[in-house]
Design a protein around this ligand. Structure first.
Ligand code: HAM
Length: 425
């Protein structure tokens, strides 16, 4: 058997590694997206990275690209068919149902999550096979205030990051009362067009998806296509109007997009997508909507719900496209530079004390010389360096150097923690 040299391994196609210093930005983005949801009563949920494949085929939809082309599936030794999760909503609802959260009499169940998702897509800028989402779901209540709440939370998350060039596209996909008649009217129209075999098949299985076809040859023929907005029943119309009013009152601008259908089949009524104009073809930075029928589709009771997921990767790309620099706190506040073996021991103790007192501290390891160690201190972004040699230790002091001003002075060993804390404020 031949073994490949270890150095030749690469991350699989369509995946990436997150490494410092960029990784700090990803953490900050996840945190910023989650913060508004946490403040609004959403509790953290974590589900497995894989699920029974049927959860997604039934939940996301047999005819969607995600299920037919993009799932990473595997069969266990016991013969169970699993899939790496392509999205979070079906899993979160499955978890809530399994734990009977919906029976506590405290609806809606509000949950947020953050994690990795997997889709076997053709990789390109902003589209990966392993990507990261933060999501929020409100399970078990039909209330336009809840749809508006979620959309406002997402807008507030983007705004807190300093993003400006994003737009909110809004639509209603109707419900069990009005969608069937609309679907039939749409099919009638589409069957009269000049379309290829695949698209003709799609008309019969999932005609709404044809509206989303990006090809010019298709879009050109869609002039005059029946739009769901003109087919909504009174209930859906009134619901949608309320959501729109609530958003307007909250100062959230939106664009009505009657062709917005989204790539997952579980949506009913409110659907929305956030797009960013600096991202090229993969412009959707987040999306979501109401999914009143999903619970029943996966074997649960009727539980009208609404939620969203925002893409962390694309949000980072959007920040870069707008040139937004986040004010990230330096990972290290104090960097210790020991000169000699005794100083290594002493400063190791000081660094431990600083950390225990809540100060981010690091030191030069591996017996680095003064010059190299100072270079590391500067590179760490630390505000202060603690330098100590034999003579300092003999006097019971270390040198505290302000790396911003260059000022330096001795501090008595027992007073370092207090002095540093005082000067860091
Ligand atoms: P989605 O629109 O499929 O919705 O994904 C949400 C976001 O995840 C997208 O807007 C995009 O930013 C990001 N994303 C999706 N695929 C990729 C990819 N291959 N590479 C990088 N980023 C990607 C959902 O997943 C629904 N579960 C949202 C939802 C929650 N609906 C109701 N509740």
């Amino acid at each position: 058997m031949t073994t490949a040299a270890v150095s030749t391994f690469q991350a699989p196609k369509g995946t990436y590694d997150l490494l410092p210093p960029d990784s700090a930005l990803y953490l900050a983005v996840r945190e910023a997206i989650a913060a508004p949801a946490r403040r609004a009563g959403y509790g953290y949920v974590e589900t497995p990275g894989f699920e029974n494949v049927e959860l997604f085929s039934r939940g996301v939809g047999e005819s969607t690209d995600i299920v037919t082309k993009e799932m990473f599936t595997l069969t266990t030794k016991g013969g169970t068919q699993l899939a790496l999760r392509p999205e979070g909503t079906a899993s979160v609802l499955r978890a809530a149902l399994q734990a009977n959260l919906h029976k506590t009499g405290n609806l809606p169940v509000k949950l947020w999550y953050s994690g990795s998702y997997y889709r076997y897509e053709r990789p390109q800028a902003g589209r990966y096979r392993h990507f990261s989402q933060v999501g929020a779901e409100a399970i078990g209540a039909e209330d336009p205030l809840l749809d508006a709440e979620l959309i406002i939370l997402a807008v507030d998350a983007y705004r807190s990051l300093g993003l400006r060039d994003f737009r909110l596209l809004l639509n209603s996909l109707g419900d069990g009362e009005c969608r069937p008649a609309y679907r039939a009217a749409l099919q009638d129209f589409l069957r009269g067009l000049d379309l290829d075999e695949d698209t003709r098949r799609r008309i019969e299985i999932n005609p709404l998806r044809v509206l989303d076809d990006k090809r010019e040859s298709v879009q050109r023929q869609l002039t005059g296509v029946p739009l769901i907005a003109d087919h909504l029943c009174e209930g859906c119309k009134a619901y949608h109007e309320q959501v729109r009013e609530l958003l307007t009152e909250a100062g959230v601008a939106f664009e009505n997009d009657p062709k917005l259908v989204r790539g997952l089949d579980y949506y009913t009524r409110t659907t929305f997508e956030f797009v960013h104009d600096g991202l090229g073809s993969q412009s959707a930075v987040g999306g979501g909507g109401r999914y009143d029928g999903l619970s029943e589709m996966i074997g649960g009771p009727s539980l009208p719900s609404v939620g969203w997921a925002l893409g962390v990767d694309r949000t980072v790309l959007a920040l870069r496209a707008e040139g937004v620099e986040l004010d990230l706190p330096a990972a290290t506040s104090v960097y210790a530079v020991p000169l000699g073996e005794e100083a290594r021991r002493t400063l190791f103790t000081v660094v431990t004390e600083l950390r225990r007192a809540g100060v981010a501290a690091d030191m030069a390891f591996g017996g680095k010389g003064m010059k190299n160690a100072m270079k590391s201190a500067n590179r760490s972004g630390a505000r202060f360096a603690l330098v100590a040699g034999e003579r300092d230790l003999a006097e019971g002091v270390v040198q505290l150097k302000d790396l911003e001003s260059g000022e330096q002075g001795p501090v008595v060993l027992g007073e370092i923690v207090a002095t540093v804390k005082e000067r860091l404020v």
